[in-house]
Write a protein that binds this ligand. Structure first.
Ligand code: ZN
Length: 73
């Protein structure tokens, strides 16, 4: 499993999703919804797991998604 902490990592995950055929990456895909506890920013991102993310507004790290939707790969 791969973990990244910023937008670059997200882009790499998406590239991997498009190019890799191994089961772990493509079997599950999530749209994670985040709310920053510090500044209240809300955003969502797509991941192959329910990973923590970094606030795009104030760069607070290790924010857990408050909601995750599983989507078809
Ligand atoms: Zn924030």
């Amino acid at each position: 499993m791969f973990y990244f902490t910023n937008g670059l990592g997200s882009q790499m995950e998406k590239t991997m999703k498009a190019t890799m055929t191994t089961a772990e990456v493509v079997n599950q895909w999530f749209v994670n919804h985040y709310t920053c506890p510090r500044c209240g920013a809300q955003w969502e991102d797509e991941w192959s797991s329910t990973v923590d993310d970094e606030c795009p507004e104030c760069q607070t790290r290790n924010i857990s998604p408050h909601h995750s939707e599983e989507v078809a790969p």
